[in-house]
Design a protein around this ligand. Structure first.
Ligand code: TYD
Ligand code: MG
Length: 430
């Protein structure tokens, strides 16, 4: 997304031409001493921020209601306050008593954390100006409103106005400001989207409410790398960090037929995801294609490729695909695993077993090379998978760089028909 002009970021320009032309700086005169960052007390949170909160920066944390945004930020505030970082929580959504109850649960109810239940933007700005905390959390930006803006709280105009006002105060006073923003189920950010260009970082907090695992993802970050992820587990006493998350999204026990494991890259991390498929004889005129955790259009393409290039008669079947643990796969390397889970489900060997595989599938049926093959293979090997189906070039590359670990068999596959034969003959032949 394009950067906004400076005028929009720092507020409206004053009317009329400036009295004297401002003097520019020479780049050599600019000091860029690394600013001391404020750690949040949660290593996974800091990792996504790029090493903690930067004073004077604006971070937007978006996510669906109930995912755990308030919990995450209250935990961070309590930890910072305990380390004598001055903090302030502006709660427009929850009453002081509700925040207190949550902090009891998190074991931090005796904290000196300052709390303000205020939703009027200029009053919030005034207290920021007066208290000058090092870190302030506004939960949520959608509750802020100003009588001068003639629309309802939560409207785009109100959210923009509030952000612009608070941005100025935060920059002027070196306050690290964290705004919470709700996202609707459809992924439409009823607010956050319109703020993306105004803030320094946009983090998205994701996960299925019924599942314990949560992923914090950097969508934009002026002070760190994007696409770095942090993984948490929601427990009885708040969020716990998961520092070795590679296999937490896998289901317990053996890999059954109809499933395939794929190592997907999330930032610098490799996570193992389990794709599960069910193929049933369709009873409807139009067969169903149900996808959870994979893009439906991508899935439709993979089914068509299986149909045409691997000759699997799927056109009249209902197909259901699910990714275990609430993960959402965007890595194209997951194509092969999705295809093989379906092929294996179609064959329906109840005594069969799943496979580990990665590779991008093209419309021609070719299984294409993907980046970071070595990392993916190492992660599967670490977890003890004896056999992995990989694109030919990835297998060659891996043989060149390190040699295959003992007990691991890499099966190079050139196209989808060959990969499907591997899976379907293996489970029937043993
Ligand atoms: P919340 O932080 O309120 O979500 P958001 O601010 O994103 O709307 O928390 C959501 C859920 O987390 C809520 O259903 C209760 C649950 N929860 C726990 O499981 N354990 C805990 O320790 C806490 C505080 C909440
Ligand atoms: Mg909340």
């Amino acid at each position: 997304m394009a950067e906004a002009p400076a005028s929009e970021r720092t507020g409206p320009r004053s009317a009329g031409p400036p009295a004297a032309a401002p003097a520019p700086l020479r780049l050599a005169e600019v000091s860029a001493a690394a600013q001391a960052r404020v750690g949040t007390g949660l290593g996974e949170f800091d990792r996504v921020l790029g090493g903690g909160l930067v004073p004077g920066s604006l971070v937007l944390v978006g996510g669906e209601p109930g995912v755990g945004k308030s919990t995450l930020l209250l935990q961070a505030l309590l930890d910072m306050e305990a380390r004598a970082v001055s903090t302030l929580l502006i709660s427009g959504e929850e009453s002081a008593a509700q925040v207190k109850l949550r902090s009891v649960r998190l074991g931090g109810d005796n904290s000196g954390l300052r709390l303000l239940t205020e939703t009027q933007t200029d009053l919030v700005a005034a207290s920021l100006e007066q208290l000058k905390p090092a870190v302030c959390v506004v939960d949520s930006v959608q509750t802020l409103w100003s009588p001068e803006v003639g629309s309802a709280p939560g409207s785009v105009a109100q959210i923009r106005d509030a952000t612009a006002q608070l941005l100025r105060v935060a920059k002027d006073n070196g306050i690290a400001l964290v705004l919470v923003g709700h996202v609707t189920k459809e992924g439409e950010l009823a607010g956050p989207r319109v703020l993306e260009h105004m803030v320094d970082a946009v983090l998205s907090f994701e996960g299925e409410r019924a599942q314990p695992f949560r992923i914090l993802r950097a969508v934009k970050n002026r002070f760190g790398s994007t696409n770095e992820v942090g993984v948490f587990q929601m427990g009885e006493q708040g969020l716990e960090e998961v520092s070795d998350p590679a296999s937490v999204f896998l289901e317990e026990g053996d890999l059954r037929s109809g499933s395939a494991v794929v190592p997907v890259l999330e930032g610098s991390r490799c996570l193992l995801a389990e794709v599960q498929a069910l193929v049933a004889a369709g009873n409807l005129a139009v067969p169903q294609l149900v996808a959870r955790g994979v893009d439906r259009n991508r899935l439709a393409m993979i089914v068509a490729v299986l149909n045409r290039r691997a000759r699997l008669p799927l056109s009249k079947c209902d197909i259901f695909v699910n990714v275990a643990g609430g993960l959402v796969l965007e890595d194209p390397a997951a194509d092969l695993a999705v295809a093989l889970a379906i092929a294996s489900a179609w064959q329906d060997g109840a005594d069969g077993h799943g496979v580990a595989a990665f590779g991008e599938v093209s419309l021609t049926g070719k299984v294409r090379y993907v980046l970071h093959g070595e990392k993916r293979i190492q992660e599967l090997a670490r977890r003890g998978f004896p056999q992995i189906l990989v694109p030919g070039r990835n297998a060659e590359e891996f043989a060149r760089v390190g040699g295959t670990p003992p007990g691991l068999r890499l099966e190079a596959v050139a196209d989808i028909a060959q990969a499907v034969r591997q899976v379907t003959t293996r489970s029937s032949g043993g």
